[in-house]
Write a protein that binds this ligand. Structure first.
Ligand code: SF4
Length: 473
């Protein structure tokens, strides 16, 4: 049965993290396939795609429901999930049926718990040393099988990361992170920083170890009485410890060795750049960036068609608003990249769209002071023509993120340029340093520490100002 829409803020308008910690008396209100959220542009549903993995059939089903039930577009989230917007509040039953038929709703009970990111290029480019996509699939199956029924009580914000050793998704601030090691094992890390427990487990135990780590978190959260949603929210005296976690794993027959910090994966890896990615097996993948993370159904169908016609029949949605299409010949990949670019998506690594993001803004979010997506798009377009300030983009330029209010939902981590709307026509640019990116529903870190100069600028002057800020940050 579809859960009726709630009156909580929509996905991109979650309450601040600090406020949330004080108010954990209620269940979290993350949207899901069965739980629609009202927004200013209609209801919103989030479809979990563990590891970002989709078949062609599933991708086409998503295009269909977005056109029939929604606004004909799909949003790619910072966790590699997909969102449908502009839905009728009463369409829950029809939506669930369409998703279920495509295998996108394998478990109603665990739907919102299936938050798993995986290294998108795992097994495709010769980097990395583990099969992160297989881990993601197995963990998802483990969750949905219900072997540990209490895991249905995880918050919809709790995140698992399966990193193949390159350190890309390990930097996303997940609650449970598994990082492949060259010796055939994996580091199991709780929390995102050096303060979390860390153990080494066998690669074959990774999915079970991840699930058990989440069970241990729930146990600690229950003991603390705080109803914490994320590992970082546990009070210090109730934190998950390496010894406690090792004991939990041992009880279930999973061997684990306690390790120090600084093991592989601590150095952040980089997201896949747009373009053709060559593999050691002679196969090629096409890495596609979706400008501002929003794709039209027709564009989405093109990607599915290419995956079906010339690729391996698989699509991998990345946590950086991109899609990787594996399994092409060299010529096929080059042709596919051209076709995708002609359709308005990005396959050039030096595109001015690289590193540019924006929150929902107007008209989808009532809190937004401006149409930040339109302003971001205009800044990108004008930067191409502005040879003085826009110029060629440095590969080291920090990302820029446009936000309609101070919540800055979905902002990146690390060093970034914050373009914050201060009115419908004005922005404040600031260089910020944030330990980790904002989750797709956390929406409340506010952007972290201010690291650099503040510039007030009119919306029609953004292109030059943003280029200058990215050049000097
Ligand atoms: S305006 Fe943007 S940052 Fe503010 S709540 Fe809405 S989506 Fe989040």
């Amino acid at each position: 049965m579809p859960i009726p829409p709630t009156t909580v803020p929509p996905a991109d308008e979650a309450p601040s993290e600090a406020a949330s910690r004080r108010a954990r008396g209620r269940d979290d209100a993350c949207p899901g396939a069965l739980r629609l959220h009202p927004a200013d542009d209609g209801s919103l549903a989030r479809v979990r795609t563990p590891g970002g993995l989709l078949t062609v059939h599933q991708a086409r089903a998503l295009a269909r429901v977005s056109e029939v039930l929604g606004d004909g577009r799909l949003d790619l989230t910072s966790r590699g999930n997909l969102q449908l917007r502009g839905l009728d509040a009463a369409c829950g039953g029809e939506l669930a049926a369409g998703l279920r038929e495509a295998g996108l709703l394998p478990s109603e009970r665990y739907d919102r718990v299936r938050n798993i990111v995986a290294s998108p290029l795992s097994g495709l480019d010769g980097a990395g040393c583990g099969d992160a996509t297989a881990w993601a699939r197995e963990l998802d199956a483990t969750l949905c099988a219900g072997a540990w029924g209490e895991l249905s009580g995880l918050s919809g914000r709790f995140l698992f990361a399966m990193d193949d050793g390159r350190g890309d998704v390990a930097a996303l601030g997940a609650d449970v992170t598994l990082i492949a090691t060259r010796d055939g094992g994996a580091v199991l890390r709780m929390g995102s920083g050096t303060d979390g427990a860390a153990l080494e487990v066998r690669a074959r135990d990774v999915p079970r170890a991840a699930a058990l780590a989440a069970v241990e978190f729930l146990t600690r959260a229950g003991e603390s009485g705080t109803r914490a949603w994320r590992v970082r929210e546990l009070p210090g005296q109730h934190a998950v410890t390496a010894d406690g976690l090792a004991a939990r794993l041992a009880d279930e027959g999973v061997e684990a060795v306690r390790i120090g910090h600084g093991k592989p994966g601590d150095a952040p890896g980089t997201p896949p750049a747009p373009g053709v990615v060559s593999g050691p097996d002679g196969r090629h993948a096409v890495s596609v960036l979706v400008p501002l993370g929003r794709v039209r159904a027709a564009q989405w169908r093109l990607l599915a068609g290419l995956a079906s016609r010339s690729g391996s029949g698989e699509l991998r949605v990345t946590p950086w608003r991109g899609v990787v299409l594996p399994g092409f010949t060299a010529d096929g990949a080059a042709a596919a990249a051209r076709e995708v670019a002609e359709a308005g998506l990005v396959t050039a690594p030096d595109s001015p769209w690289v590193g540019v993001g924006a929150c929902t803004g107007r008209p989808g979010c009532a809190k937004s002071l401006a149409d930040v997506r339109a302003h971001a798009a205009r800044a990108v377009t004008e930067s191409v023509a502005d040879t003085v300030a826009g110029g060629p983009r440095s590969p080291d330029a920090p990302p820029v993120y446009f936000s309609g209010c101070e919540r800055r939902c979905g902002h990146p981590g690390g060093r970034w340029v914050d373009a914050l709307a201060t009115s419908g026509t004005d922005y404040r640019l600031t260089v910020r340093d944030t330990r980790e990116p904002d989750g797709e529903t956390d929406g409340g870190t506010g952007g972290g520490e201010t690291g650099g100069g503040v510039t007030d600028v009119a919306a029609d002057q953004l292109a030059a100002a943003v280029a200058a800020a990215r050049g000097t940050a």
